[in-house]
Each structure stands twice: as C-alpha cells, then as structure tokens.
Design a protein around this ligand. Structure first.
Ligand SMILES: Cc1cc2nc3c(=O)[nH]c(=O)nc-3n(C[C@H](O)[C@H](O)[C@H](O)COP(=O)(O)O)c2cc1C
Length: 158
C-alpha cells in the first residue's frame, strides 16, 4: 500500500466522501475534517461525523467505511452531497456518481483514490474539553462529532 499526499491540505482543500453500507443500502457525505496516520502500528484514517448525519447511522452500523477523493471537476457534486441529506433525497440518483463495491464497503467509480477502512475505534468528542472559542462557534446548539478511526486495509487508485 502506497499513498503520497499532502496531508494538511487533502481533507481541508480537496474534500472527500465518507461512505458506509453495502450494495443494498449505503449513504455518503462530504467531509473536510480528517486525518491519516498511524495507531497501534497500523495505517489509519480518522474522520469526524456529527451524530445528526444520516451517514453517522451507516458508519455506526457497519464494520467498514471508505474515504474517497475526487478530481476538481466533481467539486459541485461534493458540495451537493455535503449540503443535502440522504434522509431527504436520493443522493445516488441525483449526484450522477456511479456506486461500486470497495472491499467490504462502497465507493464510486469516479474516485481517484479510495481508502477502505475497517473500524478500529470510535469516541464522541467531549465539548467540555475543547477550547472555548471552538465549543462556542462549532457546537452551540449543534450535534457533537463522533470520531472514528479506521485501519486502512486497502487503497484503490485509478
Ligand atoms: C466541504 C464540506 C465539508 C464537510 N465536512 C464534514 C465533516 O467533516 N463532518 C461532518 O459531520 N459533516 C461535514 N459536512 C456536512 C455533511 O456533509 C452534510 O451535513 C451532509 O448533508 C450530511 O449528509 P447525510 O445526512 O446524508 O449524512 C461537510 C460539508 C461540506 C460541504
């Protein structure tokens, strides 16, 4: 497995899709917070998902999730998938992306890179331990984030 990237910009500037579920039922949403690194001697990807997201239900219910990155011309699609909820719209039919299996989870044919992750750990972020400005700005009256750390078991590159 080999994946070279600028870790400080790939999530923040490029964004990604976080997807969980199987061919029968899955959901995806745009993320721009995340990390890549090492935990317990394993390559890992970390994502942060507000408990209010429909995708949260899928990440919780499944052992695997994927994090996938797209060419710049998919920016609008990522914007829609990061604004609308799968609870209220048929994201897959309206996004124009082509779903495909990735290991034990799902990704999209249009992805440049997909990280297939097996959940290793999850923990809710504790608002009381955050800097005050962050808590006030990002969490007042809003659902907290759960942190999911997944072992990267496969990297699918075009
Ligand atoms: C650029 C961008 C980045 C986002 N990053 C995150 C994130 O890291 N974590 C999160 O919980 N929501 C994030 N969101 C919001 C979700 O993508 C959005 O609420 C989405 O509609 C949830 O869809 P769902 O309800 O189908 O899961 C982001 C949205 C955008 C546009």
């Amino acid at each position: 497995m080999n994946f070279n990237t600028d870790i400080f910009t790939i999530f923040d500037k490029k964004w990604a899709l976080l997807t969980a579920g199987d061919e029968e039922k899955f959901n995806t949403m745009t993320i721009s917070w995340g990390g890549l690194g090492t935990l317990w001697g394993k390559p890992v990807a970390t994502v942060y998902v507000r408990t209010s997201r429909y995708t949260h239900d899928f990440v919780d219910a499944n052992e695997y999730f994927t994090v996938s990155f797209y060419p710049e011309n998919y920016r609008n699609v990522l914007n829609v998938l990061g604004t609308m909820s799968g609870r209220n719209m048929d994201k897959m039919n309206e996004s124009g992306l082509t779903a495909q299996k990735a290991g034990e989870s799902m990704t999209f044919k249009e992805a440049e890179i997909t990280l297939v992750c097996r959940k290793l750990y999850m923990q809710g972020l504790d608002v009381s331990k955050m800097p005050e400005d962050v808590a006030g700005k990002l969490y007042a009256g809003q659902a907290p984030h759960d942190m999911y750390i997944g072992e990267v078991v496969e990297i699918i590159q075009k």
